[in-house]
Ligand binder design. Sequence first.
Ligand SMILES: Cc1cc2nc3c(=O)[nH]c(=O)nc-3n(C[C@H](O)[C@H](O)[C@H](O)COP(=O)(O)OP(=O)(O)OC[C@H]3O[C@@H](n4cnc5c(N)ncnc54)[C@H](O)[C@@H]3O)c2cc1C
Length: 398
Amino acid sequence: MPHHRYLIVGGGMAADAAVRGIRAVDPNGTVGLISAETDPPYDRPPLTKGLWKDMEQDRVWRCTADLEVDLLLGRRVIRLDSEDRTATDDRGTVHTWEKLLLATGGSPKILPSAPPQVVHFRTWRDYLRVRETAARKTRFAVIGGGFVGSELAAALALNGREVMMIFPEDGIGAKVFPVGHARFLNDYYRARGVDVRPRTEVAGVRRSGDRMLLAVVGPNGEGETLPVDMVVAGLGITPATSLAESVGLELQDGIVVDASLRTGHPNIWAAGDVASVWSPPLGRRLRPEHEDQANTTGEQAGRAMAGEHVELDHLPFFYSDLFDLSYEAVGVLDPSLEVVEDWAEPGRRGVLYYTDGGRVQGVLLWNVRGKLREARELIRKGEPRQVEKWRGAISTST
Ligand SMILES: Cc1cc2nc3c(=O)[nH]c(=O)nc-3n(C[C@H](O)[C@H](O)[C@H](O)COP(=O)(O)OP(=O)(O)OC[C@H]3O[C@@H](n4cnc5c(N)ncnc54)[C@H](O)[C@@H]3O)c2cc1C
């Protein structure tokens, strides 16, 4: 029975960061990492960004193997026993552990009755599949107007592919941007050759020869069938909480953890996309699905597992690149909050403040660089202002 002092379930960025956190405190304790993916940990953000520009493929790998860790790849943990401290994988191997980290992230939401040729984009292998098809074929349908859909549509268009973008909201990124800005992005994408179809639902997808037939229903209920070479979906994720649930850990959207990333079990921690973390500055639980959160909570959980005192008080940021536009954001970007838009150049450069009761909960820095610290400070201060008075709180110049 393989035994590790520290066992990590998951092989994403949070898992890699956790190994680093453990090693910073405990250079000798045995570490095992079990991942359902056959590849070792890598950076996910380049899969829809840099790798479609000039980034070399070798740069995505996080070199986790250099950290004295047993990488057990291509295996899924299917059973946990929190009393006997065992984890059983899908090959029937029972692993014992002293301390366990759940860094299981999330699984992509699946388009109902999609044939296997539809790529639900999340992994390195998905990137390779789309990249390989893009080298041979021209016409792509991207389903979803969120982070993954908007980045992938831009990446394919930048590489000269014909792209259709289909999503039910009014505009690109409408779950995080005010509607006017989301509609501005529709036009921005159209001007770069993307066939943007907002308020459009997918009625079905089927294969026909070496093409895919995508049935859609547009805003006025009109149906259409679109022949494409490949359908790629970015519909968001469902946090992978089933192992946690099976051993009775508390769930609230994700796995509930305290400020040291520990669950209700004294020897089980959780980090990354799957963890629901209390945010002291915002006074609420968050489950951010961002690189910074995966890296920070992963590392802090690793340190905590190895015995260091950890008190997480982090406001995670995230970023994205859409053609030549890029942004950074921190806090809660919920367009149902009262949003003050301070544009130096409409749609091109500005700062947006997401306020609740006059207090800033989130800041979007649109093509404005180097202002994350100021944005975090505004949120931390929690100062109430008349909403309009937030305009100018952060300079829109770069
Ligand atoms: C294409 C793409 C682009 C992105 N771009 C950005 C960006 O620009 N900026 C940003 O801030 N964020 C971005 N993100 C989000 C960011 O990548 C995620 O927040 C981060 O990857 C989460 O890491 P994680 O380790 O928590 O989870 P995941 O990356 O989901 O990793 C979970 C791992 O656990 C494994 N696993 C799950 N269950 C089991 C099990 N039972 N047994 C064994 N293994 C298991 C999975 O196979 C996977 O390897 C992007 C995400 C994607 C997909």
